[in-house]
Design a protein around this ligand. Structure first.
Ligand SMILES: [Zn+2]
Length: 153
């Protein structure tokens, strides 16, 4: 009976090669990240420091061009610990679990920066804990130039 036959659909190799320009602000940010530095941008009106940097203050709607170095240390603003394995779209392999992901307020910044958090000593991973970035040995100007943040106190 044709209506009860199993239908199998294969997508084949799913490759999505793409490249895009990160823009003026993203270029400066990633260039400095390669040098193990975090650069945010300050609003000339309200003085709020954004990281990652952006072109216009979301509160004042004024253009921002005042670069300021922030971090590299900071505090955990919020976080989660992921315990369920899934296929990591970055690698195509199963993501090792558990791992931490959080929002980090780098010293001198007013916004939160998202990244991985090392959870080897899970009891130390708390809101307000001081963290420091661990940079990859070979940096390419990407967000993965920071492998993760680790609790330092
Ligand atoms: Zn502003």
């Amino acid at each position: 009976m044709a209506g009860k036959d199993h239908i199998i659909i294969e997508s084949g190799d799913a490759v999505q090669p793409f490249a895009y320009a990160v823009g003026m602000h993203g270029s400066k940010f990633f260039h400095e990240l390669r040098n193990k530095k975090f650069y945010g941008i300050k609003c000339p009106k309200c003085k709020k420091v954004y990281i990652p940097p952006r072109g216009v203050c979301g509160e004042c709607f004024v253009e921002m061009n005042d670069w300021v170095e922030v971090g590299p240390k900071g505090v955990i603003g919020t976080f989660t610990i992921l315990r369920f394995a899934f296929i990591d779209p970055e690698t195509g392999s199963q993501k090792p679990v558990p791992y931490g992901y959080g929002f980090i307020k780098l010293d001198g910044a007013d916004t939160l920066f998202q990244h991985y958090i090392n959870v080897e000593d899970e009891n130390k991973v708390k809101v307000g804990a001081r963290v420091s970035p661990v940079f990859s040995s070979e940096r390419k100007g990407s967000i993965r130039d920071v492998e993760y943040f680790k609790v330092i106190d």
